[in-house]
Design a protein around this ligand. Structure first.
Ligand SMILES: NC(=O)c1ccc[n+]([C@@H]2O[C@H](COP(=O)([O-])OP(=O)(O)OC[C@H]3O[C@@H](n4cnc5c(N)ncnc54)[C@H](OP(=O)(O)O)[C@@H]3O)[C@@H](O)[C@H]2O)c1
Length: 282
């Protein structure tokens, strides 16, 4: 299945703004039916109107707060529908702030939206996709999944956010391996700074007012979606839209494998004192 096939319905979370709005628009333009999920009903209605005016049929809106268990249950129910061939887990909030000071409820919300909802929706959609022998899941992570502790640009105030995006990367790669040999496609897309509403709030409440972008700038969301849909068509699991050298992804995987294979059955000598170190060296 490629993004140019339009066999069924795409469910897009976080469709009321930014990257999600763009996924919905592009998929509807390719003939997909779309289910638009977010909290702001009026935004979803305005997107639905725009898509219908452009000729889309089968546009559905599903107003839901994915941090709310009852709402999440409604959306997982919809994601398990036998028409859903593409799930785009795009929703994400940042909860930025110094770790020791940031509100604990906000961090819970970040974990629920970025990790729990993504996992629950994938779990809801995959069994039906497997049974029907077609389907794809796109998870939106971030470049901040990588090298969060490394200079010259470590990531203060972002530990939980970066952790959730690391989860999205590891979860998607590992599930893609589990499902290799099936017709399902899994992708994790890792955008860098993107021009959306993302930095206009921490995510606890919706951004108010007209659609606009944050002051930080960044690449247009159109570029992120162009890369992601192209990568889906070529079966690329880890899509980094701005990455000019795709071998960097392979080198990362190779380094990870070295680390895992290099781990022996006992604690390494450097943890066991000077005698053990000398015995191991001899
Ligand atoms: N912008 C960047 O620089 C950047 C970089 C890398 C990765 N990303 C990732 O890209 C994804 C999309 O973000 P974006 O940049 O497009 O940001 P955005 O413009 O802020 O869009 C976020 C979307 O998520 C929805 N949302 C937030 N909380 C929700 C909740 N509890 N329940 C349901 N929907 C909720 C928002 O709609 P409502 O407020 O209407 O609910 C909105 O539609 C996120 O996963 C983000 O982590 C962004």
């Amino acid at each position: 299945m490629t993004s140019h096939d339009a066999p069924g319905t795409a469910l897009v979370t976080g469709a009321s703004s930014g990257i999600g709005w763009e996924y919905a628009t592009r998929l509807a333009g390719r003939g997909w039916k779309v289910v638009l999920v977010a909290r702001r009903a009026e935004r979803l209605e305005s997107l639905a109107r725009e898509l219908r005016e452009a000729g889309a049929t089968g546009v559905e809106t599903l107003v839901a707060d994915l941090a709310d268990p009852a709402d999440l249950a409604r959306v997982t129910e919809r994601a398990s529908g036998d028409d859903v061939d593409l799930l785009v887990n795009n929703v994400g909030i940042n909860g930025y702030g110094p770790f020791a000071e940031v509100d604990g409820d906000l961090l819970d919300r970040v974990l629920t939206v970025n990790v729990v909802a993504l996992t629950a929706l994938t779990r809801a959609a995959v069994p039906g996709m497997l049974a029907r022998g077609r389907g794809a899941v796109i998870n939106v992570a971030s470049l901040l999944a990588f090298a969060g502790d490394l200079p010259p640009g470590p990531l203060p105030r972002r530990a939980v956010y970066a952790g959730t995006k690391g989860y999205a990367v590891t979860f998607t790669r590992t599930l893609a391996a589990e499902l290799s040999g099936t017709p399902l496609r899994l992708q994790v897309v890792c955008p860098g700074l993107t021009a959306t509403e993302f930095h206009l709030g921490a995510g606890a409440t919706p951004v108010s007012g007209e659609r606009r972008t944050h002051d930080e700038g960044g690449v247009p969301p159109e570029d992120v979606v162009t890369a992601s849909l192209a990568a889906l068509d070529t079966d690329e699991v880890v899509c980094v839209p701005g990455l000019t050298d795709p071998e960097a992804v392979t080198r990362l995987a190779t380094a990870e494998l070295d680390l895992r294979r290099g781990s022996g059955g006992r604690a390494a000598a450097r943890y066991r004192g000077a005698g053990a170190k000398a015995r191991e060296a001899s």
